[in-house]
Design a protein around this ligand. Structure first.
Ligand code: ARG
Length: 560
């Protein structure tokens, strides 16, 4: 039962729709005040009355029923108390019945959402700067699928550009197939950094790099074989990390995939008179929109990042007929997305409004910004391995007889990394610190996973009866139940705002209220009803926490 709708229907306020009234209802910060409150100032414009008067009028005509126990006007608010028992019965039976599906819905109605995320660059190290896009994007895929959307996860590989010419020059001068196969991305980074150092002294290296890049484009066999080798090595390396993080893609169509798909877009831009030539380059002038021009072709005819993104957007629309196309990319690229979305709009694509840049904050190190060339990076693989090791040593110290210590350490270690990256509002900048990632105290994933393990042990030890009558509820019990009831709304809100952190925060809140309940209320009591009720609260908590973590790509463990 949806109390908001129920209350809105009963209020039946003239000139305001039920949906609007339902959306105005808030949950007061203090439960003494009530379970729901209507801030009447939201109605004063429409009803042309002061909020205090509105609240009093509404209160005097409200008819209580078996679901709503009290309705009071307090300082311009209308406070409602619901029948907690019927609320508890409904909530618990819904969670227990739906199980793995609790929180899911079919509001997506099979509509397609493309999610461009992770989008790694070939031959570059996979460092912690790529963590946010990878885990936010992956969580959004899972969240939207849970809501009945069809999702297409796309890894728009950075596999095009002059840097590949540089890499081939560097490879020929200072490396070999054996060395690359042995040291992999480390070797590719080493020669790339060396190239930049050497090119400062020998600028002719840059000309050579341009020549090799042209050879790749012209289909030269040797250059393309090398390029494919670099690509294969990179993908094998990142795949190890994707496996650990539980991340999957439906498409790896990267920048080079669009080599033969840009011309029609360029032709269309020309036909529509959108191209201006400036210093020999083809641009779309965006001055009227207060933006720098969008570069389409360089003066030497070479295409650019935006040209590829335009072709990719058209391709995605034609291939998937998406309802929305999301780009999970750092806010550093705000301008790029604004520009290329604007160009699509100017081309008359009515679906340009369905393009969304899901921007997130930057990760830096305590020692400053990360830079591949400067060698100032923290590799994601190292971070994950360290947290797994740390988890293992904590288990060794605290619970040496735990079965499957390795599997548990893997779930806890990777969980800590993912959860840590999804814990705060995504737009916040992060300064990476090993101490923070390796801290398992406080608001962390191990705390939530531990709570699930606690539920498991309660469930294993305690026996309930069927068809018990619900006892009078205390505040601790009610706190868990009302938090449980919020989960479906939290999932929807996280999708609406593209904000997986809502789910992280939710998991922490639920774990906190459950643990308070666990310490204050003995579960294995004599009384059949009380014991069974508390056991059901425990089972429902386990379900909601497991579902929440799953949406983030985090595994739970039976024991910890
Ligand atoms: N590879 C790019 C980078 O690392 C991100 C690509 C994002 N996706 C896109 N369609 N532009 O900056």
């Amino acid at each position: 039962m949806d109390y908001r709708t129920h209350i809105a229907e009963k209020l039946n306020i003239e000139g305001v729709t039920k949906e609007e009234v339902a959306s105005f209802l808030e949950v007061p910060p203090n439960r003494e005040m009530g379970d729901f409150a209507l801030p009447c100032f939201k109605l004063s414009k429409i009803l042309r009355m002061p909020p205090v008067k509105i609240a009093e009028n509404l209160a005097s005509s409200f008819v209580l029923d078996e679901n709503v126990n009290s309705c009071q006007a307090v300082n311009g608010y209308l406070n409602f108390k619901i029948n907690r028992n019927s609320f508890a019965v409904r909530t618990l039976s819904e969670v227990l019945e739906k199980g793995d599906n609790y929180g899911s819905s079919n509001i997506g109605n099979g509509k397609t959402i493309c999610i461009d995320y992770s989008s790694v660059n070939i031959a570059k190290p996979f460092h912690i700067g790529h963590l946010s896009t990878t885990v936010i994007g992956s969580a959004l895929c899972k969240i939207f699928s849970f809501l009945g959307y069809k999702t297409v996860g796309i890894n728009h590989l950075g596999d095009y550009g002059t840097q590949f010419g540089k890499l081939i020059v560097a490879f020929k001068k200072w490396s070999s197939v054996e060395a690359v196969k042995k040291d992999r991305l480390k070797e590719l980074t080493r020669i790339y950094v060396k190239f930049h150092d050497e090119a400062k002294l020998h600028p002719e290296l840059d000309d050579e790099a341009r020549r090799y890049f042209k050879l790749i484009e012209d289909g030269d066999k040797e250059s393309n074989e090398l390029f494919e080798l670099f690509k294969e090595i990179t993908l094998e390396e990142v795949d190890k990390i994707y496996k650990l993080l539980n991340v999957k893609f439906d498409s790896y169509a990267g920048e080079s995939f669009y080599n033969d798909k840009m011309q029609p877009v360029i032709d269309e831009l020309n036909e529509k008179g959108l191209i201006t030539i400036s210093d020999g380059a083809s641009i779309v002038d965006l001055e009227p929109y207060g933006m720098a021009p969008c570069l389409i072709l360089r003066s030497d005819g070479g295409t650019l990042y935006a040209t590829r993104d335009l072709a990719a957007a058209v391709y995605r629309k034609n291939t998937y007929n998406f309802d929305k196309c999301l780009y999970v990319v750092a806010y550093q690229q705000n301008l790029h997305f604004k520009q290329f979305f604007k160009v699509l709009e100017l081309m008359g694509k009515d679906w340009a409004k369905d393009m969304v840049h899901v921007a997130y904050g930057m990760v830096s190190l305590e020692s400053g910004a990360m830079s591949t060339r400067g060698g100032n990076v923290v590799l994601l693989e190292d971070v994950i391995n360290k947290t797994i090791e740390k988890a293992y040593s904590v288990i060794e110290a605290k619970n040496p007889n735990l079965p499957d210590k390795e599997g548990t350490a893997r779930a806890v270690g990777t969980g800590a990394v993912i959860f840590g990256a999804l814990c705060n509002n995504k737009i916040k900048d992060i300064v990476f610190s090993y101490d923070r990632v390796l801290s398992f105290e406080g608001e962390t994933c191990p705390y939530v996973q531990y709570t699930v393990a606690r539920c498991n042990s309660v469930i294993a030890k305690c026996d309930g009866v069927d068809n018990y009558t619900y006892p009078e509820m205390n505040d601790e019990e009610y706190a868990v139940i009302s938090t449980l009831a919020k989960f479906p709304d939290v999932v929807k809100a996280s999708a609406e705002k593209y904000e997986p952190s809502f789910i992280t925060r939710y998991a922490l809140d639920l774990a906190t209220v459950y643990n308070k309940f666990y310490f204050d209320c003995k579960i294995a009591v004599e009384d059949d009803s009380v014991r069974s009720f508390r056991l059901d609260i425990t089972k429902a908590t386990k379900i909601a926490l497991t579902n929440a973590l799953k949406l983030l790509g985090i595994q739970t463990v039976e024991q910890m």
